[in-house]
Design a protein around this ligand. Structure first.
Ligand code: PMP
Length: 407
């Protein structure tokens, strides 16, 4: 492969030192689209919570409970600022993107859609941006309409699929299979034109480039903390406050109520109306620290670095005989999905694993994409700012080794 120097703004070798896992084991981790690795300061924030001020939030007046509440609510403020959201109460902590989507499906769709209304999604969605709408449509008798993808991994003429019956459109900002960065401005404008609610699955975008919610002006946006250096078990749903205020709760229980009588109850203010029970306190605090870490590196720097490393990887991979790379979107992030002739992706992943290279093999929670590509599974390499150009060389070398083995 051609020699490329890394830009000064990101020194991946230096940044890797903040991640204990890379110090502890020899690991070429190319599966950040599934989950990212965690820097020490995030791990420490979780540990400190349990070691030093473990307690429940919003309940007690003693010191450690006040500290926990403050740390938890500060994490919410950090997330709001990260997304350029003015109203902190429009940030709801959930378990992750999946739960955020289900919250909308239960609390908005099931109360606002009726028979023959339409929900619009695309054919390239992750199952978590597909199955919740399938379930909700069945319950209310609405129709799920699909914008198909082209084989280059892009969406053509999404406007053709909108109608006056479209009540909600939900689309991934960046595909977890093709890496396509979809033109969400276009989709959100179409949603406004048709008076539909817009939902953005930002699981693969918020971790990798600046997402300015005020500028894109969507109605809802969902993502997962664990893909952006945070702990597992915490994610976010942003919603426009006027929508959230008028929505029914998702889960019932403690925290989400204002008053409870034996037969009926009234609801707490947003965001707590949607955070029933004891929340993921340590995880949310950890996510706040992850946001600090990302801010320090700079989201634009991360995006630019990932563009370079992805271009480099595409160049190297394209030189390999017998490779099929799925999709070739002009605007893409650091996700490359491929197959090698005559090698099942699971076998390839196994051989790469022998070289300590972690890639994903399977359907990537996107079976409709696999069906259209006419494959049962694919290999996927995905990158983050802690990956180096040397690692890409080793990936290609290991793939070539696999090809020789299978000859
Ligand atoms: N949407 C996309 C585009 C994803 O890549 C993922 C995770 N692979 C999800 C949704 C679901 O995220 P989670 O499993 O964290 O809920």
């Amino acid at each position: 492969c051609i020699n490329m120097t890394q830009p000064n703004s990101i020194d991946a070798n230096q940044l890797r030192k903040s991640f204990p896992i890379f110090e502890k084991r020899s690991l070429i981790y190319l599966d950040s689209a599934a989950t990212s690795q965690k820097p020490k300061i995030v791990i420490d924030a979780v540990k400190n919570f349990y070691n030093e001020y473990n307690s429940n939030v919003h309940r007690s007046i003693y010191d450690i409970s006040q500290e926990a509440t403050e740390a938890y609510e500060t994490a919410r403020e950090k997330v709001a600022k990260f997304l350029n959201v003015d109203k902190v109460d429009s940030i709801i902590f959930t378990k992750g993107t999946t739960e955020s989507m289900n919250l909308i499906a239960y609390s908005w769709v099931r109360h606002n859609l009726k028979k023959d209304d339409e929900i619009l999604i695309t054919e390239m969605e992750h199952h978590s941006n597909m199955v919740p709408w399938q379930l909700a449509c069945k319950d209310v008798g609405a129709k799920l309409k699909i914008i198909p993808f082209e084989f280059d991994g892009t969406l053509k003429h999404p406007e053709k699929y909108f109608s006056k019956r479209t009540k909600l459109v939900s689309i991934s900002h960046q595909s977890n299979v093709f890496g396509t960065i979809n033109d969400i401005d276009k989709i959100i404008n179409l949603a406004k034109k048709y008076n539909a609610i817009s939902v953005i699955d930002a699981a693969q975008s918020v971790p990798h480039f600046p997402v300015d919610v005020k500028a894109i002006d969507c109605d809802f946006l969902a993502f997962s903390g664990h893909k952006m250096l945070g702990p597992t078990g915490v994610g976010v749903l942003y919603g426009k406050p006027e929508l959230l205020e008028n929505m029914n709760p998702f889960l019932g229980g403690g925290e989400m109520i204002r008053s409870v009588q034996l037969n009926e109850s009234t609801w707490n203010d947003i965001p707590w109306k949607f955070e029933a029970g004891t929340p993921n306190i340590a995880q949310a605090i950890g996510l706040g620290v992850a946001v600090d870490f990302l801010n320090e590196i700079g989201m634009n720097n991360i995006h630019n670095y990932e563009k370079l490393i992805t271009d480099y990887a595409l160049n190297c991979l394209n030189e390999i005989d017998g490779i099929t790379i799925y999709g070739n979107p002009p605007n893409r992030g650091g996700v490359i999905t491929f197959n090698i002739n005559n090698i099942h992706s699971h076998d390839l992943a196994q051989i790469l694993n022998d070289d300590k290279i972690a890639i994903r093999a399977g359907h990537h929670c996107a079976q409709p994409i696999m069906n259209k590509l006419n494959v049962s599974s694919t290999a996927r390499a995905s990158f983050y700012f802690y990956n180096t150009f040397d690692e890409i060389d080793l990936l290609c070398k290991s793939i070539k080794k696999a090809i020789k083995l299978f000859k």
